[in-house]
Design a protein. Structure first.
Length: 255
């Protein structure tokens, strides 16, 4: 039986307590190396399985598949490279923690925070998401930006929309993809419980979150017990579900 004990850690930046499986502090946005490493390793494993599945397709059929979803395959390869880079940064910083270059961080903020402010004013959600992904890869201090709390929900919106687009292209989602999609669904439903966002930012991102949730509205049917289980998790964990609960739900309903 899996260990269901919820382990808590103290944020080294702001002193808040949160679950150690979260990739970052829900209050100040500081990276939690253990949680982030586990999250990206899981995504890398899922993508590795996708690539392995493609390798097993006969050559003639593979050419048809690649032609049909060339864009997705290219994005998959880019994502693999990006995730590998993020993981490398995480591992490096865990093993060889060096003082940050304060001047470089300051100059990066001065140059890039106005860009983020412009994207925010224009409600360019995709632009904000792309900017965030690149900043994480480069280990930039993007979490110092005043609206950085929106990025977790933006990423969940993007992930959910990409999985739905993949389905619409004729693909069947695998169990780990269904689990990640359900995890994103509950992260979006946990908007009200987020401890790392101002009320202003919650209202700012709400239309985008609700539009994504609407596209998933008919996908899940929860019993009263399941609904309560997930809601309690969101309430007690700053708007995040327990990934193990998502795995259990998908396994049960896919049998």
């Amino acid at each position: 039986m899996a260990d269901t004990e919820v382990k808590k850690i103290i944020c080294s930046s702001c002193g808040a307590e949160f679950e150690d499986t979260l990739p970052k502090c829900p209050y100040c946005g500081s990276l939690n190396y253990k949680g982030a490493e586990a999250e990206y390793l899981g995504k890398l494993e899922g993508m590795r399985q996708d690539m392995q599945q493609l390798e097993q397709v006969p050559e003639k059929e593979l050419k048809k598949k690649l032609k049909k979803k060339q864009k997705f395959v290219i994005k998959l390869l880019i994502s693999l490279a990006a995730l590998a880079a993020i993981l490398a940064v995480i591992v490096f910083r865990v093993r060889y923690i060096e003082p940050r270059d304060a001047r470089a961080d300051y100059l990066w903020e001065k140059e890039n925070f106005p860009v983020l402010d412009r994207l925010y004013q224009e409600q360019d959600f995709e632009g904000l998401t792309d900017f965030y992904e690149q900043a994480v890869i480069e280990d930039r201090v993007i979490n110092r930006w005043e609206h950085s709390g929106i990025f977790t929900r933006l990423m969940s919106c993007q992930n959910a929309r990409e999985y739905l687009a993949l389905e619409q292209s004729g693909e069947t989602l695998r169990d780990y993809q269904e689990t990640q999609l359900l995890d994103d669904y509950w992260i979006l439903r946990g908007l009200e419980y987020s401890g790392g966002m101002s009320e202003e930012d919650k209202e700012y991102i709400r239309p985008y979150v609700e539009a994504t949730l609407n596209s998933l509205a008919d996908r899940y049917t929860f019993t009263a017990e399941e609904e309560k289980k997930f809601e309690d998790s969101l309430r007690n964990n700053y708007g995040y579900p327990r990934y193990e609960d998502c795995e259990e739900y998908i396994k049960k309903h896919n049998e």
